[in-house]
Design a protein around this ligand. Structure first.
Ligand code: AMP
Ligand code: MG
Length: 318
């Protein structure tokens, strides 16, 4: 099907081969995953990685997640441990990112990991991402495909809107299955969750048969103030509101709300999974409709609701 964007490509074999060429030429491309769209480049190449940082306007101390197809290539880069193997078996490929210690001989671009001794690794489940990883045969550095501190993209069109013609090639995978980022778990010490996500702490605890902690803030961030505002729609966001002010957009949840005027219902039947999936799309819609601010109803802080509240909290920072 034709679309109005000249840089969005249907994910067929011909275009996967074109994507491979782009990666080999150190270009960066838009890649669908089950969480959000990524801005992908060869993780071994400083040249590609530099382009990712520049396009995203990402501070150079904030490392990128490195995407692998399976354990084969991973083994050259990081030291595996028991907790990792358990979680890999339980959830991978899938929406979870592991922080592991880097091997000395690792060839991953130092710039991609911001000179750290650890690497964040993920194994996306999305079929197109997996086909791409197979055909390029290198790990892909791929942060979310948005300008730093803004909303993550959940469709190929979002990526095109974000970067315009600065990005020449986006593989179209339709809407992301989950629409919210992966859970990040640090396995270099006692397991702790750095970013809540699709896979809940409870599920991880069950898989590991032990209690784990949420860690506040990501300690690699050298200047914490800088990255407080994140996942931002670019207008003020106020959490835990019962109703909106006049002319304010209201993000609500559950059957007692109708989708009228300034009301944007994340899920009529109150499903937190559906709400997570609609969150970024809804905030983009609100921004496009030129609202000046957003009020959000209280979101239950259980399961994936924790991930939603984490993103809303960061989006509401000044
Ligand atoms: P994104 O760039 O949107 O995909 O988000 C990736 C997140 O992973 C960022 O918050 C990074 O700070 C975090 N991250 C990447 N590498 C590491 C690492 N080695 N240790 C801790 N966090 C990391
Ligand atoms: Mg991001």
């Amino acid at each position: 099907m034709k679309n109005i964007y000249s840089n969005i490509y249907e994910a067929n074999l011909t275009n996967l081969k074109k994507a491979k060429k782009n990666i080999e030429n150190n270009n960066v491309i838009g890649m669908p995953t089950e969480t959000v769209y990524g801005l992908a480049g060869n993780a071994y190449s400083n040249k590609s990685v530099k382009k990712i940082f520049r396009l995203k306007k990402r501070p150079n101390f904030n490392p990128l997640i490195i995407h692998f197809r399976d354990l084969k290539k991973l083994k050259n880069e990081v030291i595996l441990n028991k907790d990792f193997i358990r979680l890999y078996k339980a959830f991978c490929p899938g929406p979870i990112t592991f922080i592991l210690n880097k091997k000395k001989k690792s060839k991953i671009s130092k710039m991609a990991i911001a000179g750290k001794k650890t690497i964040a690794v993920r194994f996306p489940k999305n079929k197109i991402a997996r086909s791409l990883l197979k055909i390029v045969n290198v790990p892909l550095a791929a942060p979310s495909a948005n300008i730093a501190s803004k909303l993550s993209p959940t469709s190929a069109e979002d990526v095109a809107d974000e970067f315009g013609n600065k990005i020449k090639f986006i593989l179209d995978g339709g809407k992301c299955r989950f629409g919210l980022e992966s859970t990040i778990i640090d396995l270099t010490t006692k397991p702790s969750i750095l970013r809540p996500g699709i896979i809940s702490k409870e599920k991880i605890q069950k898989a590991l048969s032990k209690k784990i902690k949420n860690r506040k803030g990501i300690k690699i961030i050298k200047s914490p103030g800088q990255l407080k505002l994140h996942y931002s729609p670019g207008i003020p966001v106020k959490m835990n509101k019962k109703y909106p002010q006049k002319n304010q957009a209201f993000i609500c949840l559950g059957k007692k709300f109708r989708n009228t005027k300034n009301y944007f219902n994340l899920s009529k039947n109150g499903s937190l999974h559906e709400a997570a999936n609609n969150l970024y799309r809804t905030m983009r819609k609100i921004k496009k409709a030129k609202y000046k601010s957003i009020a959000v109803i209280k979101i239950p802080n259980r399961g994936i609701g924790q991930a939603i509240n984490d993103r809303l909290k960061k989006a509401s920072k000044k």
